[in-house]
Write a protein that binds this ligand. Structure first.
Ligand SMILES: Cc1cc2nc3c(=O)[nH]c(=O)nc-3n(C[C@H](O)[C@H](O)[C@H](O)COP(=O)(O)O)c2cc1C
Length: 210
């Protein structure tokens, strides 16, 4: 079938993107409101988009019913700071708990029983159990359409527990040991990022070239 994305209703467009662009990494984003109230929520419209400067992108949709910005977006716009914590399998349920539609004054991290650690370059704390924490500063925010904002964040500091750093000189990291999870199709489906790996070296030319 061919789908004319320009003619489809919102939910249909969401389903097609959500069910095909998979697996998606999950940014478990911690922010602070200008008053210092903590906020934690998962976002899978997320990826790394560059290394000079090291940069991440977040796709922050507005609330489907109220049409209001979500707390994460509001806090990033107001403070310009956030931490992206990657999600390990052992944190899956706590991450899911943080996706609850909670009022701005509720700190989801406390409700989910998360231990937080102070960050070094930004004010929002990071999640202690996360295998990777990226302290970020908002580089740009673009309102793309009436109900979504794209945030580009520069990674200022990366936190990776020593147990995952195999060789600090060569920067060999034990990514499989991090047991990161990703978002799959539909609602509620996830994958283990290191579940079914295969290796392929990048070619230096086409096979029929001399
Ligand atoms: C795994 C997962 C991924 C999600 N990804 C996104 C996303 O990319 N964009 C988005 O707007 N909401 C996403 N959500 C929904 C938000 O987490 C949810 O709306 C949450 O209540 C927002 O919290 P906040 O208002 O504290 O920012 C996701 C939820 C889950 C469980």
């Amino acid at each position: 079938m061919q789908f004319d994305m320009r003619a489809l209703p919102l939910l249909a467009r969401y389903k097609i993107i959500n069910s095909t662009v998979t697996p998606r990494p999950i940014a478990w984003v911690t922010t602070l409101s200008p008053d210092g109230v903590g906020n934690t929520a998962p976002y899978s419209f997320f990826n790394a988009v560059g290394d000079d400067p090291p940069m991440l992108v977040l796709g922050l949709l507005k609330h489907p019913v109220t049409g209001q910005m979500k707390d994460t977006a509001r806090n990033i716009m107001a403070t310009g700071e956030f931490v992206v914590n990657l999600v390990s399998e052992s944190d899956a349920e706590r991450m899911n708990l943080c996706s609850v539609d909670a009022p701005a004054e509720v700190d989801e991290a406390a409700r989910a029983g998360l231990e937080m650690l102070p960050s070094s370059a930004v004010k929002p704390p990071r999640i202690a159990s996360s295998p990777v924490g990226f302290e970020c500063r908002k580089l740009a925010a673009l309102d793309i359409g009436p109900r979504q904002t794209v945030v580009l964040g520069e990674i200022l500091v990366a936190h990776i527990p020593d147990e995952f750093v195999l060789d600090p000189e060569k920067l060999y990291l034990d990514t499989p040991a991090m047991k990161l999870i990703g978002r799959l199709h539909g609602s509620g489906w996830y994958t283990r990022a290191s579940g079914d790996m295969f290796k392929m070296e990048r070619p230096v030319g086409f096979p029929d070239e001399a």
